[in-house]
Design a protein around this ligand. Sequence first.
Ligand SMILES: NC(=O)c1ccc[n+]([C@@H]2O[C@H](COP(=O)([O-])OP(=O)(O)OC[C@H]3O[C@@H](n4cnc5c(N)ncnc54)[C@H](OP(=O)(O)O)[C@@H]3O)[C@@H](O)[C@H]2O)c1
Length: 127
Amino acid sequence: MKHIVVAGATGNLGGKIIDALLVKGVQVTAIVRKQTNTDKISLLKDKGVVFHQADLNNTSELVPILKGAHCVVSALAGLRDTIIDTQKCLLDAAVEAGVKRFIPSDFSIDFTNLVEGQNRNLDLRRN
Ligand SMILES: NC(=O)c1ccc[n+]([C@@H]2O[C@H](COP(=O)([O-])OP(=O)(O)OC[C@H]3O[C@@H](n4cnc5c(N)ncnc54)[C@H](OP(=O)(O)O)[C@@H]3O)[C@@H](O)[C@H]2O)c1
């Protein structure tokens, strides 16, 4: 059975990704930050998802959680500190844990090349 780790699991997109993986019979582990609202965590528990609370900016906390995973999927949302810095920690941890596949959120957009004013959210990430 494939084991996939999802970050941003308590979010809108993360929840949908988890539901789709569970339908396919994938073993899902969620990484949730320590300050995440307990109601959101209860929703994961109700789905039977194994979850770990961790600091996503701390690579060494993440590595043991990611070991043995087939893929890490990130559905993190935020500005540059989350999308670049936190996701970089997650990517570094995935590499260190030997995970061969990593899907970041907003993976298809190179926001550094967008013209200012085209997309407000991505302008905020760049600035
Ligand atoms: N929704 C869409 O239709 C859509 C479409 C295309 C792309 N995207 C992209 O997909 C991503 C997710 O979107 P969304 O609508 O699902 O967002 P969302 O509902 O706001 O969920 C954001 C998730 O990221 C987590 N998070 C935010 N900052 C974090 C941090 N510093 N460390 C750890 N976890 C953090 C949140 O955790 P907490 O619960 O702890 O706050 C939550 O699980 C975004 O980057 C968005 O641009 C979304």
